[in-house]
Write a protein that binds this ligand. Structure first.
Ligand SMILES: Nc1ncnc2c1ncn2[C@@H]1O[C@H](COP(=O)(O)OP(=O)(O)OP(=O)(O)O)[C@@H](O)[C@H]1O
Length: 550
């Protein structure tokens, strides 16, 4: 009888890939391998027979915390439950029987052999087990890393598990193995390098990601680098800095894609997609791009999105003038927003926060309207279907017959945004009804009004009240916009920050970066032209779906 039982248990252990090694046994408080098998079989064979279970790849014993656990690995999850001593009463046994815990492999980003090395020890150290590194949700939008230690002293046992888990992790698509990192050391409070080395690099190392880091030396460095470097060596690109740095990297990446595809970048060209996904590590003051993508300015969250290969297709606009491409960018401001940035750029000698506050106050004090005509292609009722179709067919442009509209006059500010543009000062976004990838832009124009009314409008962005509910504010959902600045002869508009009084250029704020250009700018949205590492926080946030600001 005993022989038959042993035979059945051994057969089951082989079938269910249960790994019993001599070093597992102390965890069970038993000293003999043969003795161990019936105990495990007695409590677990029924679970493993459950018809819904995934095929078991490995099964074995590890200590987790202070408990000996029966650990099961499938392609989808790693689960464990405590091994119960036979002496435990029936009531307690029943209570613990179903205490299975698990982690899904999609949330695991690394596995390492865990060793202890004493001071002066030359070899690789004493094996303690394996450590599983996982990515957890922390609060509404943040991610954090955590570990699970599976302790077992057997080299063979741990190596088998290590290799099997590594193989599963290598099979996840989109997880980068090699990244090009571009750091702007001068962003905001000059903390980008420290943020990268303290909060991001250790996570990339844990995830075994190879990195090639460039610390920029001046404005334009990232752009020239991206025009020339061998991008095919990398799985993704990462920008560490504020919105301005990210805009330079995005522009460089997309420009490079057009050059490689031989595109003539006139004002009607259809751009090709960015060849690599881009990750944004926020190290600026406002970080609208990172905030819109992650819902937080948390460098470790951004790093974990990159490591986990979460990809989010995002719309982007082109800015052209006189049939020439000026820039790729996600959001822009002309008038107040452009002037304030132009002034802040002149005050670079001040600290980041000081120059921003000073520039806003001074621009408000000198508030003056722009005399413009804004011509735009509004979204019509059929556009939702077009947008959906475009999304699935990958066609970049709508082919429907559209009706251009225009509005003229004196405007204090004109904003054109292809993304919701969230930040801590505008938690619902500068364009609350625009999605990251809906194929549309939000056009918001603030006509000339008193300073106090305009200030009220600006303050509303931070409150829960509708920021657009003012008689001087108009909002449109659009696909294309042309802004013509009126230049009346004899009264040429001149800006304080310009060197030459004869120069006639106008300041635009494109993703926090200054773009100075002539009197006409043509802006077109290009659906899902770039993949960013991140997720769509709008889809997670129910409250935004109910927003009726526009
Ligand atoms: N090494 C560098 N030295 C000076 N400027 C740089 C350097 N590298 C990049 N830049 C430029 O600095 C500009 C501002 O970058 P960024 O937005 O990161 O900083 P910031 O303006 O201080 O931050 P924020 O806009 O969030 O306050 C960008 O236009 C970028 O092109």
């Amino acid at each position: 009888m005993e022989k038959i039982l042993r035979h059945r248990v051994n057969a089951w252990c082989d079938q269910s890939k249960l790994q019993l090694s001599a070093s597992s046994l102390p965890l069970l408080g038993i000293s003999d391998l043969e003795e161990a098998r019936p105990r495990l079989w007695g409590q677990d064979i029924l679970k493993s027979d459950s018809p819904s279970a995934d095929p078991i790849l490995l099964r074995g014993i590890f200590a987790i915390g202070k408990r000996g656990c029966d650990v099961v690995l499938t392609a989808r999850k790693l689960s464990w439950s405590p091994i119960l001593p036979e002496t435990l009463g029936d009531a307690l046994r029943a209570e613990f029987q179903h205490k299975e815990e698990f982690v899904e492999l999609k949330d695991v980003f690394s596995v390492k052999l865990k060793r202890r090395r004493s001071v002066g020890q030359q070899n690789e150290g004493t094996l303690l087990g394996i450590t599983i590194f996982i990515c957890l949700r922390k609060g509404q939008n943040k991610l954090k890393d955590s570990t699970i230690n599976l302790n077992n002293l057997s080299e063979d046992h741990c190596n088998t598990w290590f290799k099997q888990i590594k193989e599963i992790l290598n099979g996840f698509p989109n997880r980068p193995k090699s990244l090009k990192i571009i750091i702007n050391p001068n962003s905001h409070k000059k903390e980008a390098r420290r943020i990268y080395s303290e909060q991001v690099e250790p996570l990339f190392k844990l995830a075994n990601i190879q990195t090639d880091v460039t610390v920029t030396e001046c404005k334009g460095h990232a752009l020239s680098l991206l025009k020339e470097c061998q991008l095919q060596e990398f799985d993704g690109l990462v920008s560490v800095g504020g919105d301005g740095s990210t805009n330079e990297v995005v522009h460089g990446l997309l420009l490079r894609a057009q050059m490689d595809a031989g595109r003539d970048t006139d004002s009607t060209f259809v751009p090709v997609r960015a060849p690599l996904p881009l990750g944004l590590i926020p190290a600026g003051s406002i970080d609208v791009l990172a905030y819109s993508l992650y819902g937080t300015k948390h460098p470790a969250t951004a790093a974990l999105h990159i490591i986990m290969g979460h990809l989010q297709p995002v719309d982007i606009s082109t800015f052209s003038s006189h049939n020439r491409l000026l820039r790729f960018g996600f959001s822009s401001m002309f008038g107040f927003g452009g002037r304030a940035l132009a002034l802040a750029e002149r005050l670079r000698w001040m600290s980041s926060n000081q120059r921003r506050e000073f520039a806003v106050i001074k621009t408000l004090a000198n508030l003056k309207p722009e005399d413009c005509e804004v011509v735009f292609l509004p979204v019509n009722s059929t556009d939702d279907c077009f947008s959906q179709a475009r999304r699935y067919q990958g066609s970049p442009e709508s082919e429907c017959q559209d009706q251009w509209q225009s509005t003229k006059g004196h405007f204090l500010n004109i904003s054109i945004m292809a993304i919701p543009s969230l930040c801590s000062m505008a938690p619902r976004g500068l364009a609350p009804n625009i999605r990251l990838n809906d194929g549309f832009m939000s056009l918001v124009v603030a006509r000339n009004t008193s300073r106090s009314e305009f200030l009220k409008h600006l303050k509303r962005y931070a409150s829960v009240k509708n920021q657009f509910d003012f008689p001087f504010v108009e909002t449109y959902t659009v696909k294309e916009v042309k802004v013509h600045q009126s230049t009346r002869s004899g009264s040429t508009v001149k800006f304080e920050y310009m060197n030459s009084p004869t120069e006639e250029k106008y300041p635009w704020n494109v993703d926090g970066d200054l773009m100075e250009t002539a009197s006409e700018v043509h802006i077109r949205v290009h659906p899902q032209l770039i993949n960013l590492y991140g997720w769509n926080i709008e889809e997670l946030d129910e409250s935004k779906a109910n927003c009726s600001c526009i």
